[in-house]
Design a protein around this ligand. Structure first.
Ligand SMILES: Cc1cc2nc3c(=O)[nH]c(=O)nc-3n(C[C@H](O)[C@H](O)[C@H](O)COP(=O)(O)O)c2cc1C
Length: 170
């Protein structure tokens, strides 16, 4: 539970680069995620170019942190790998969470930045990154060393009221 408890969305980063080995660890974590029928629909685009990061940050009003991040991981679904097309977003979500947890483990800060299913954001990412039709953008995860020392802190969100045993009584 430790890394789960300490995972927080981190939107402010040091200018320090993220080592390529650490980026690979994040992507290894992503690819260990479960997926429907083991279809593994994912592809990952690693963006470090400052101009490209700046452009990506314009894809949504909630993506400004991307402009200041040393690296962004763009999570993409490949249509040709979707044997169970109705499940691809769930697969991608599991991969995204694995990245966030591994980032916490590595002393990095990261934030899931929503793209899919908002059409304007998906179109903007597709256009900015010149994606082929075969690839569908799912999310962008900005990554960097956290600016604040206490970025990874526990917030208790356990709510026993959300748990039901055997029946739901409203
Ligand atoms: C599907 C999804 C989309 C999200 N989109 C954004 C986003 O566009 N911009 C952003 O700053 N945070 C985004 N977040 C992060 C949430 O705001 C964050 O997880 C939530 O406020 C809880 O805070 P915590 O991650 O620190 O626990 C997203 C999270 C999820 C799961």
């Amino acid at each position: 539970m430790d890394v789960i408890d300490r995972r927080r969305s981190v939107r402010a980063y040091q200018s320090r680069e993220v080592e390529p080995g650490k980026i690979e660890e994040l992507l290894r974590a992503a690819m260990q995620a479960p997926s429907a029928g083991n279809q593994r629909p994912w592809e990952f685009l690693v963006v470090r170019d400052r101009d490209a990061l700046e452009r990506l940050s314009a894809m949504s009003p909630y993506a400004k942190h991307i402009a200041k991040a040393p690296v962004a991981l763009v999570l993409l679904g490949r249509k040709g790998r979707m044997r169970f097309p109705g499940n691809w977003e769930q697969d991608m979500g599991a991969a995204a969470e694995n990245i966030l947890l591994e980032a916490t483990e590595q002393g990095l800060g990261a934030v899931w930045t929503g793209v899919c299913p908002v059409p304007e954001r998906m179109d903007a990412v597709r256009e900015q990154l010149s994606l082929p039709d075969e690839l569908t953008p799912f999310a962008v995860i900005a990554v960097g060393y956290p600016e604040k020392e206490d970025a990874s802190h526990f917030v208790d969100r356990f709510d026993p009221g959300r748990i039901h045993y055997e029946t739901i009584e409203e």
